[in-house]
Ligand binder design. Structure first.
Ligand SMILES: [Zn+2]
Length: 435
């Protein structure tokens, strides 16, 4: 087999994947991931792997492959990336979101950031290594999943329910939303590695009262009852709770930035982080944001019921406190039910795998400082964690200081610098040497 060069291949792989429409509107109506899965499987088969395409429903395809490592008696490492992307409104974009166009040094398109970039980096590095006959030190399982953007019911969740055996021996995982740089100054960059994810509680609130004429006295008005509960929940100031991930982040970051750290007033430290403050601020506490309201049909008719939706997020270790507080805030006359509920997860930012990530970054960027952070949302890692796998968000990208990277997840004009993709391949290659 001719040897392949991952740095040279990664841009083409990323562009090809972007051009394959795999939008996921969340209702199983879209094109599905089948075409992207076939592309990925072909690229893996070319270097001697035997990928399996597993469909959970028509067109909802996942790809799994296993690479035998030098020491198969060790626990395996899972590398996972999702193949679906969120929908887009093409008219808003400077370059068509399915074009994979290269402009201003970037690859443009839906998925360039979330997360066909990482899919391409995984493919590129695996293809290069296998074409050169370089096996990883331990078994590596590759999982390219469907449906991450809608909760993974046709993807990761289905895989762990129906095909658990394919992940035999996996104890650790690397996936999305982490490993990208945030510039401190010319010479130094923080690389945010995801080590925790907040739990998710999307809730429907319902107040039920006594229907009647709008001109009458009515002490059991469902709209009033609901509005008060929504007001209490929306205005509630959740207390700061210091998780281990946030604590490590603040300690490491304060040291690097030479900021004074007062752990009793974490908000003060976070406020000094500039553009990071918004992202990190939400990981200091639980949150509850009312997002939808619905009641009534005529100005002089008091409706029987009123409903609202709330997007709640809770920190690892604080789920019980979250629901206890929510129930107190709701009061006795408003009920809640889940629209979506998923766990919070957290792992130590410590051990050989963390060192392998930090060392790989440092070898390619002498100004790198790897720090852990908490994602305020969810990824496929929540599902994989149910099999006892500890995971990190590590899709390494060295980014220009002025690129608003975190703002491009699900955003308009999603794009990833060509140089960042090539950097990512080099880092992942070193990381796999040391994993
Ligand atoms: Zn994603």
């Amino acid at each position: 087999m001719a040897t392949l060069n991952g740095e040279d291949e990664v841009v083409g792989l990323c562009r090809d994947l972007i051009r394959i429409d795999s939008t996921n509107a969340g209702d199983n109506s879209g094109p599905g991931e089948r075409a992207a899965a076939e592309y990925v499987a072909e690229k893996l088969a070319e270097v001697g792997l035997e990928p399996q395409i597993l469909e959970s429903d028509r067109g909802r395809a996942n790809v799994i492959a296993r690479i035998a490592g030098e020491d198969s008696s060790r626990d395996a490492l899972l590398l996972h990336g999702h193949l679906d992307v969120v929908p887009f409104n093409a008219a808003d974009w400077a370059h068509h979101p399915l074009s994979g166009e290269i402009a201003d040094g970037c690859v443009w398109g839906r998925g360039a950031v979330d997360m066909k970039d990482m899919d391409a980096m995984i493919l590129a590095v695996v293809r290069q290594r296998l074409s050169e006959g370089r096996r990883p030190p331990r078994d590596v399982v590759l999982a390219f999943t469907a449906d991450e953007e809608a909760g993974g019911h046709y993807g990761a969740q289905w895989l762990i329910e129906q095909h658990k055996d394919l992940f035999d021996g996996c104890s650790e995982a690397i996936g999305e939303v982490g490993g990208f740089s945030v510039s401190v100054d010319e010479a130094r960059r923080l690389y945010l590695i995801e080590a925790a994810e907040k739990g998710i509680a999307w809730m429907r609130l319902t107040a039920t009262g006594r229907a009647g004429h709008g001109s009458m006295l009515n002490a059991e008005n469902a709209v009033t009852e609901l509005a008060e509960a929504v007001g209490r929940i929306g205005r509630y100031e959740w207390p700061v709770r210091m998780t281990q991930t946030v604590r490590t982040f603040l300690e490491e970051t304060s040291r690097a930035l030479e900021l004074e750290l007062d752990l009793d007033d974490a908000e003060k430290t976070v406020a000094k982080l500039g553009p990071l403050a918004r992202m990190i601020g939400a990981t200091l506490r639980n949150t509850t944001n009312p997002t939808m309201l619905e009641a009534g049909y005529k100005a002089n008719v008091i409706p029987q019921a009123a409903t609202a939706h709330v997007d709640g997020r809770f920190l690892p270790g604080y789920e019980d406190e979250f629901f206890q507080t929510v129930d107190e805030l709701l009061g006795p006359n408003v009920t809640r039910e889940f629209i979506y509920h998923d766990i919070a997860i957290e792992t130590d930012f410590d051990g050989p795998l963390v060192r392998a990530m930090a060392d790989a970054l440092l070898a390619e960027d002498p100004g790198a400082l790897a720090v852990p952070y908490t994602l305020s949302g969810g990824t496929d890692l929540k599902a994989f964690s149910q099999m006892g796998i500890r995971g990190f968000g590590f899709a390494p990208l060295k980014l220009p200081a002025d690129l608003d990277f975190s703002g491009m997840f699900h955003g308009v004009d999603e794009r990833v610098p060509v140089d960042s993709l090539r950097f990512g391949v080099r880092v992942l290659d070193r990381f796999l040497d040391g994993c």
